[in-house]
Design a protein around this ligand. Structure first.
Ligand code: 8YV
Length: 320
């Protein structure tokens, strides 16, 4: 067991990760000490590592309560909830879990896309509630194959979505900070132009202040009454009020969402709407990928504890 004192920020670590953490480190749960000033005074300086995830992250206040902090290891690819400015000022290494979740997040994006378009969840509700017996055949959905899939953010996850959409014979359009030379897809320099070209607008841009509400009323109107929006990134990307009014006014055809502005709160209007598919932030959450993410978190922390370079540091200067 490493001598490192590790503060675990989330309450709900996946069981395998929790097991590994307790196996390798002297771990303390934040919820046990959060209001214990005495603990922070006496023990806080011994904490050299924080384990967190993409949702709860680590605030500047929390980071600054631990003068001996050297590493923040996050169980997730997105690090928008971690105060990188404070981490950088304090020379704290931040690690995340890139690559290992690309396939599952992209699979989930396609599952959402197929579900909202072919009305799978809605038809499931229809059957279970007995309406097939009383009201007859369920209304037709929309064909997916051959349509335009527009991807907002062609990073690793966006490209994994594009490869899957290609297999459905879809035309791929994308928006990215810069045009990519290594893909045959159609580049759009802005999101309105991307949405105009889209039957399905799949959001895979990173979260954070710089991308907040990029998918706004203007973009949704450009998507139009036959277009669907699918979000597997962060709820902050989508202006949810604009989304709700676009859905209620039928200015877009539907939305399939894995992420929300105020998780785990989800707006009543979204829950009530039939042309919406909702999943509780599970895009990466398969048994295989959860394990791969957990293993990477532990490898990063073990490397740090041995004085070796961490495997997947967040690059403070290239924030895609
Ligand atoms: C995780 C995520 O579920 O990778 C991310 O950024 O949002 C998800 O894969 C989240 O970090 C909770 O562990």
């Amino acid at each position: 067991m490493s001598e490192i004192m590790l503060l675990v920020v989330p309450d709900n670590l996946p069981p395998y990760l929790l097991h590994q953490v307790n196996n390798y480190f002297n771990a303390v749960s934040l919820s046990d000490v959060i209001n214990d000033e005495q603990w922070f005074k006496q023990q806080g300086r011994k904490v050299s590592a924080i384990l967190t995830n993409g949702i709860v992250g680590a605030s500047g206040d929390l980071i600054n309560r631990m003068p001996g902090l050297k590493i923040i290891a996050s169980n997730g690819v997105g690090y928008d909830a971690i105060d990188l400015v404070t981490a950088q000022q304090r020379n704290i290494v931040v690690t995340n879990t890139p690559e290992v979740l690309n396939d599952c997040v992209a699979d989930h994006a396609m599952a959402l896309l197929l579900d909202i378009s072919r009305r799978l969840s809605e038809s499931d509700r229809y059957l279970r509630s007995g309406k097939w017996l009383t009201q007859g055949k369920f209304p037709a959905g929309k064909k997916v194959s051959g349509k335009a899939c527009a991807i907002a953010g062609l990073g690793n996850i966006g490209r994994a979505v594009a490869r899957r959409a290609e297999a459905f014979g879809m035309q791929i359009h994308y928006f990215n900070r810069t045009a990519r030379q290594d893909v045959p897809y159609t580049f759009h320099a802005d999101l309105v132009s991307l949405a105009q070209a889209a039957d399905y607008l799949v959001v895979t841009l990173p979260g954070g202040a710089a991308t907040r509400h990029l998918i706004n009323r203007q973009v949704l109107d450009a998507l139009g009454p036959d277009g669907y929006v699918i979000n597997v990134s962060r709820g902050t990307l989508l202006d949810e009020s604009a989304l709700v009014s676009a859905l209620l006014d039928n200015r877009i055809a539907g939305a399939a969402l894995d992420v929300f502005e105020h998780e785990p709160q989800v707006r009543d209007e979204l829950i009530a709407a039939e042309n919406v598919v909702l999943t509780p932030h599970i895009a990466s959450a398969t048994q295989e990928t959860s394990k791969a993410m957990a293993d990477l978190v532990i490898e990063n922390l073990l490397a740090f504890s041995r004085g070796q370079p961490v495997l997947t540091p967040v690059n403070f200067f290239v924030q895609e």
